[in-house]
Design a protein around this ligand. Structure first.
Ligand code: FMN
Length: 167
């Protein structure tokens, strides 16, 4: 059955926005009506049967816009099926625990909301966009530059969502 879904994303450099668009497109292909909206611009959740929330990692935390959105809308989010994705370079970090830390950051940003599915996607980092101080942080945190987005993994997750969200 067709349902109206919101894909709400935070982004600073655009790579999470592109992932959100692909997720939205997959869900449209599955027959659903989907709005893909920057999380700060979402004015109401009225009319949505399910919400997908995504945001990038910066300095170990998910972009604060996600937390703000959850705080503002938690009553409704606790009643709807929610799926969540986090985007970062943690999957490319050789340190054991980097992926776990990224998933913990996602959980923290969602507060009381328990997603039906949550996932970490590798993101994109253009070194030309980063200043000297940031570059030092990135080296120390073993965050590599490049576009590591795995479109197959992203589309596969999106295809699985309607069933997981019981739509
Ligand atoms: C200053 C800076 C800090 C970052 N910190 C993290 C981090 O702590 N963990 C991580 O996995 N990725 C980190 N990243 C990588 C971003 O999450 C990645 O580039 C992501 O794709 C950015 O998403 P956006 O283009 O939607 O803003 C960092 C990138 C920058 C530039």
């Amino acid at each position: 059955m067709s349902a109206r879904i919101l894909v709400a994303y935070a982004t600073r450099s655009g790579s999470t926005a592109e992932i959100a668009q692909v997720i939205g497109r997959e869900m449209v292909s599955a027959g659903h009506a989907v709005d893909v909206t920057e999380i700060k611009k979402v004015s109401t959740l009225t009319g949505y049967a399910a919400i997908v929330i995504g945001g990038p990692l910066y300095m170990g935390s998910v972009d604060g816009a996600v937390r703000k959105f959850v705080e503002k809308n938690h009553e409704l989010l606790l009643k709807l099926p929610v799926a969540a994705f986090v985007v970062g370079l943690a999957p490319k970090n050789p340190d054991p625990g980097a992926v776990e830390a990224a998933m913990a950051a996602l959980k923290k940003s969602l507060g009381p909301v328990t997603p039906v599915s949550s996932i970490l996607f590798a993101g994109k980092l253009d070194p030309a966009m980063v200043n000297f101080v940031m570059r030092k942080f990135l080296e120390m945190a073993k965050i590599p530059a490049g576009d590591f987005r795995d479109w197959d993994a992203i589309t596969t997750w999106a295809q699985e969502l309607p069933e997981r969200m019981k739509l």
